[in-house]
Design a binder for this molecule. Structure first.
Ligand code: MG
Length: 387
């Protein structure tokens, strides 16, 4: 078919462009949340909520995995003024790091600055979705419309005593009675990590929940390699789905060695996501776990997803901000499991109008433009710090 004038005209119509005109960071505190269906913690949480507006009035939203006050200052005094001065088009997410000194954002000032950059990147993606009227997961591939979910419990927070076997087993059985199908709990939490005690906890949980529930473990970087190998060997017969970040520093060769000694799958990179290539090259992981809110945004996680795909490694999600991370796991072909981190999820429930909720082990992805996470009316005023 020959191109005619009408077709040429249609392909040359430029979409309207936006410029980032305003960035506000809201430091929220004492947000009441629903108490967890297990051992209690204080029922309030804090949150950082970033609001970005374009010159044509589209508003994008983001939250952070960290509520460090330095992140607020970085955004207000360093990142936002430069972005607004340039009037960056929010579709140009790689333009933003380009504006700043690489030696600043790639070095270990690191985690807080990277999480501040992540908020800006996520707000840009929210705007991109709203500008074209599509959910974010469609913009990055749209692989699926629901993702599997696991719930995390059993962490002894704030200096509370480590769970007894009986407590863990009872809590696991209770969560299963509420409809959860995949549970993850922490291991290595004793004053000195004790793989034999952890094995008995996992065995008590397996006995309490039966064969059909998935059980996983999170080591939170607390174990030596021999302890991690011992724990995995003991737990082989318990049908454990995966073990997350078992060894100190997520050391890539340690993780690779552990994988060679166990059939339990190894997940890592909720921390040290920038080592993604090291994990892949060393054969350290069965799942890579970038977190879009902690690790430089959706743009950075897409780069990790592409690297992982080249090694035939799927992603899963660790840590908070699950509702934002659903889009990554629904969007890319090697997306995977999302973590239902109760307190963090309840914070989303308190802040946003519509948040996907687990249903028989699955989360349905929002089909609204952007991430589908819109703050409730008046929520910022109600919980803003120092107001
Ligand atoms: Mg973890």
């Amino acid at each position: 078919m020959m191109l005619n004038e009408t077709m040429l005209y249609k392909t040359s119509v430029a979409a309207p462009r936006q410029r980032i005109a305003r960035i506000s960071i809201h430091d929220l505190k004492d947000i009441p949340i629903a108490p967890p269906p297990y051992r209690d913690r204080p029922n309030t949480e804090g949150a950082l909520l970033l609001e970005m507006e374009t010159d044509d009035g589209i508003i994008g939203w983001a939250t952070s995995g960290y509520t460090h006050p330095v992140a607020i200052e970085l955004i207000e005094k360093y990142l936002a003024p430069r972005i607004i001065e340039e009037g960056v088009d929010p579709f140009r997410t790689d333009r933003i790091p380009q504006l700043f000194d690489r030696h600043t954002w790639e070095r270990p000032l690191g985690r807080v600055l990277i999480s501040a950059m992540a908020m800006i990147d996520i707000a840009c993606w929210d705007i991109k979705g709203k500008a074209v009227g599509r959910p974010v997961h469609h913009l990055i591939g749209g692989a699926r419309d629901r993702v599997p979910v696991y719930i995390t419990h059993g962490a002894a927070y704030d200096g509370a005593p480590v769970y007894s076997r009986e407590e863990l087993a009872a809590e696991a059985a209770h969560l299963v009675s509420l409809g959860y199908t995949h549970l993850k709990n922490t291991v290595g939490r004793q004053a000195i990590p004790d793989p034999i005690d952890d094995y008995h906890r996992m065995a008590a949980m397996r006995e309490a929940v039966g064969a059909d529930v998935k059980l996983s473990m999170d080591g939170n970087l607390r174990m030596t390699l021999p302890d991690a190998v011992r724990l995995c060997n003991l737990c082989e017969k318990l049908d454990i789905t995966f073990i997350e970040e078992p060894v100190h520093y997520n050391e890539p060769r340690n993780l690779a060695h552990l994988r060679s000694q166990t059939s339990i799958r190894v997940a890592a990179a909720e921390n040290e996501h920038y080592k993604a290539r090291d994990y892949l090259e060393a054969g350290s992981v069965d799942y890579l776990q970038p977190n879009i809110n902690n690790d430089g945004g959706l743009t950075a996680s897409l780069r990790i997803a592409a690297q992982a795909r080249a090694y035939n490694v799927p992603l899963s999600h660790g840590n908070g901000n699950g509702p934002h991370n659903i889009a990554l796991h629904a969007g890319v072909l090697n997306g995977g499991l999302v973590e239902y981190h109760f307190h963090k999820w309840m914070t989303y429930n308190a802040l946003f109008e519509e948040v996907p909720q687990p249903d028989k082990g699955w989360l349905n992805v929002s089909q609204k433009p952007g991430f589908g996470l819109e703050p409730k009316d008046g929520i910022i005023k109600e919980y803003k710090r120092n107001n």
